[in-house]
Design a binder for this molecule. Structure first.
Ligand SMILES: *Cc1c(COP(=O)(O)O)cnc(C)c1O
Length: 356
């Protein structure tokens, strides 16, 4: 068997130890003689799993008591609708746009609220400054994508929105480092990058904001109904939930998020320093706005792109093709990517540049 270093942006690489545990559990989970996929979500065994996953997540992110944790359906994108439905009293909301996902969330939210663009720096490949944010004190919330996965652009500060609830899409950087939860009102993420496999949408929301949903909000989109029913209004994505629990245990065993931050910053430095050291590769993002999780880069000679991808694959370095919107390459280096994988990529990039 040969595992490659998989740089896929999502669904993404999972830690080998977690995959081995899953394999071991597959036919006989915890002595039950069944797979976790084959048991009721309302069984004592599954409820214990769900509680432990929540407890470990609370521990990892240091989530205060006045926040609720919800394991929901529909990945990140279903929350684009859930957010205006749950937070819409004045029927207007501010959106900070720094890339594709911010844009997409704003377009979807238009169906349920009047969206206002607080700032749009997407074309400039940089973060806005706090001073550039044109915020409406009467907005129901301010939304931003904490890490723009396609361009590889990540917030290095928390926008100050005064009394207006701050909502962060952290799909591609949650659990990559410690964060101060109390600076946000709502954090949400799809699971398939840094949490688990696809299917789940994780929401961490201040309890004071729960219960204000618009009338006729579908039950599965209502944070209140989901919270009241332990996120089991219907059958949840049980396998994704189980995998999330295994990833949380793995993160705790790694020394928690402070240690992940150290490793992740080391990985990012390794690749950005190399890209910046030569003219063969180029990263176009303003230096202070660069993502620790997704590193986009172009080759000076674009006609070499296919050759680069083919040879990388031969070396066991896969899924480096950039998003169609940006072109070029992108290395997604989430928690599960070991530093050896990034070192192997940099070594390959060096030798490729030398050979051609
Ligand atoms: C991947 C991604 C999404 C979409 O996630 P889904 O779970 O597929 O809906 C949204 N936002 C960001 C920042 C992402 O990286």
């Amino acid at each position: 068997m040969k595992r490659v270093f998989n740089f896929s942006p999502g669904p993404s690489m999972l830690p080998n130890v977690v995959m081995q545990k899953v394999q071991q559990d597959l036919l006989d989970w915890e002595g039950s003689g069944m797979s976790v996929m084959e048991i009721s979500h309302r069984s004592d065994e599954f409820l214990a799993l769900a509680h432990l996953a929540e407890e470990n997540l609370i521990k990892l992110l240091n989530i205060p008591n006045d926040y609720a944790v919800l394991f929901l359906h529909g990945g990140a994108s279903l929350q684009y609708s859930a957010i205006p439905l749950n937070l819409g009293k004045n029927n207007k909301a501010d959106y900070i746009i720094t890339g594709h996902w911010g844009q997409k969330s704003e377009r979807e939210a238009r169906k349920f609220t009047k969206t206002q663009i607080a700032v749009d720096t997407m074309a400039e490949l940089r973060l806005p400054t706090q001073q550039e944010l044109n915020l409406d004190p009467k907005a129901d919330y301010v939304h931003f994508a904490h890490n723009e996965t396609i361009l590889g652009l990540e917030f290095n500060y928390v926008p100050n929105t005064q009394a207006v609830p701050l909502v962060a899409d952290m799909s591609s950087n949650i659990l990559s480092r410690p964060i101060d939860i109390s600076k946000y009102s709502v954090i949400y993420a799809g699971a398939q990058k840094n949490i688990s496999i696809s299917g789940l949408g994780l929401v961490i929301a201040h309890r004071a904001l729960i219960g204000k949903q618009k009338p006729n909000t579908p039950g599965l989109l209502s944070w209140k109904e989901m919270l009241d029913n332990e996120c089991m209004l219907n059958t949840p994505s049980t396998f994704s939930w189980y995998m999330a629990g295994e990833v949380f245990k793995w993160l705790i065993a790694q020394g928690g998020l402070a240690n992940m931050q150290k490793i992740n910053e080391q990985k990012a430095r390794l690749i950005y320093d190399f890209i910046d050291s030569n003219d063969f590769y180029h990263n176009p993002i303003e230096v202070n706005s660069r993502s620790v999780m997704n590193v986009a880069f172009t080759l000076a000679d674009e006609s070499l792109n296919n050759k680069f991808l083919e040879q990388a694959k031969e070396q066991g370095l896969t899924n480096l093709k950039g998003h169609a919107l940006f072109g070029g390459m992108r290395a997604s280096i989430y928690n599960a990517m070991p530093i050896e994988g990034v070192q192997a990529l940099v070594n390959f990039m060096k030798s490729f540049a030398k050979k051609v």
